[in-house]
Design a binder for this molecule. Structure first.
Ligand code: FA5
Length: 345
């Protein structure tokens, strides 16, 4: 019996060696390791042996089984390896080549810039209020002290969408959002408001390096019991410091029908540090926003009593700010979808 087992092992290993295909391997496994295979048959014969031999034969049978199983597993591994090598040789594949770079999207520079502005105002306690892009003439102009035929309308060349009684238009600035924010958030003129109103505006402009027909604005509005011009100056100066770093700012008088008094804020030119260059038209300063104390009539239109409440508002053009920050020569790059421009950010 011991000889039989040794013979069985030698035969099995000899037959396994030249096998390289799955069918033959499976036949081999069934023949030797299967439930009705040679090893099982040997085990079944153990019972018929004299007691003294049973131990030694049983041990050998187990060892043989273990050896054949190990040989089977090794063969499966070797066959997989051979199949891989053959396929690598058949198809010319250089596994040492570096992988193809995956193109990853990124934020559009205008979006990234807007988010930076949101973050700064958020840190300073201003919430974002989303207002609509299609507005009525009443909101965009009349409630902001710009009645029909008022000369100030020339500053906001307008795209009208529908010439109905309401005169529906694409908002020319984010300022109509002031009225909506006050009406929606003030709870009947009893609560303070501190919001920014970002979004697209549209003007019927001659497109140039500084003027687009479509551009973002970020409006700001703070209404409270004792809001003063000093608050306006302090808040906007702090915004400029966080946005542009330590550089001088200056305020001077401007005019908007919906603020009184009105001002413009400039920051020292980022390109020439105030020495004078083409970007700042040799003035050393760049205009970044218009602002002012909310006109009493506008407060009233928003539902507040101007005898008790006051507020400041401002409006900035984030694309203009990005132009200043990154030294971009032309605003048209923002919406031209030219990857050579976009990939620089
Ligand atoms: C206004 O639109 C006022 N509503 C701003 C304001 C708000 C004043 C609240 C007072 C209180 P202005 O027309 O200057 O103002 O526009 C504000 C900013 O929008 C400009 O400084 C500029 O950065 C940007 N802007 C205006 N027109 C264009 C345009 N055609 N292309 C790109 N940016 C523009």
């Amino acid at each position: 019996m011991i000889n039989d087992l040794n013979q069985l092992r030698a035969d099995a290993l000899a037959q396994l060696a030249p096998i390289w295909d799955d069918t033959a391997l499976e036949e081999w496994r069934v023949k030797y390791l299967g439930r009705k295979g040679a090893i099982s048959a040997s085990m079944e014969q153990l019972g018929a042996l004299p007691k003294e031999e049973r131990g030694a034969v049983g041990k050998l049978a187990n060892e043989t089984k273990g050896e054949l199983e190990a040989a089977y597993i090794a063969k499966v591994g070797a066959m997989k390896q051979r199949a891989l090598s053959e396929s690598l040789e058949a198809e010319p594949l250089d596994v040492t080549l570096p992988g193809r770079p995956v193109l990853r999207g990124r934020l559009h520079p205008a979006t990234a810039n807007l988010r930076e502005i949101y973050r700064i105002w958020g840190d300073m306690g201003f919430q974002i209020f989303r207002s609509r892009q299609v507005e009525s003439d009443e909101m965009n102009f009349q409630l902001l002290n710009i009645p029909p035929n008022h000369p100030a309308r020339d500053n906001w060349s307008t795209f009208y969408v529908a010439d109905t009684e309401q005169r529906v238009l694409l908002r020319t600035h984010t300022s109509p959002g002031q009225i909506r924010a006050m009406r929606q958030l003030s709870q009947g003129g009893t609560q303070p408001v501190r919001v920014i109103l970002p979004g697209m505006c549209y003007r019927y402009e001659q497109i140039s390096a500084r003027y687009e027909i479509q551009f973002n604005q970020v409006e700001g509005l703070a209404v409270g019991r004792n809001v003063t011009f000093a608050d306006l100056k302090g808040t906007l100066t702090e915004f400029a410091r966080r946005m542009f770093g330590e550089r001088p700012v200056r305020f001077y008088g401007d005019h908007f029908p919906f603020t009184e008094p009105s001002a413009q804020m400039d920051v020292q030119c980022i390109i020439c540090d105030g020495a004078g260059c083409a970007m700042c038209k040799y003035t050393g300063f760049l205009e970044i926003l218009g602002a002012g104390m909310v006109h009493p009539q506008v407060l009233r239109n928003g539902g507040y009593d101007p005898a008790e409440w006051s507020g400041f508002a401002f409006g900035m053009g984030p694309e203009r700010i990005a132009i200043l920050k990154h030294g971009i020569e032309d605003i048209r790059y923002f919406w031209a979808n030219d990857l050579r421009f976009l990939e620089q950010f």
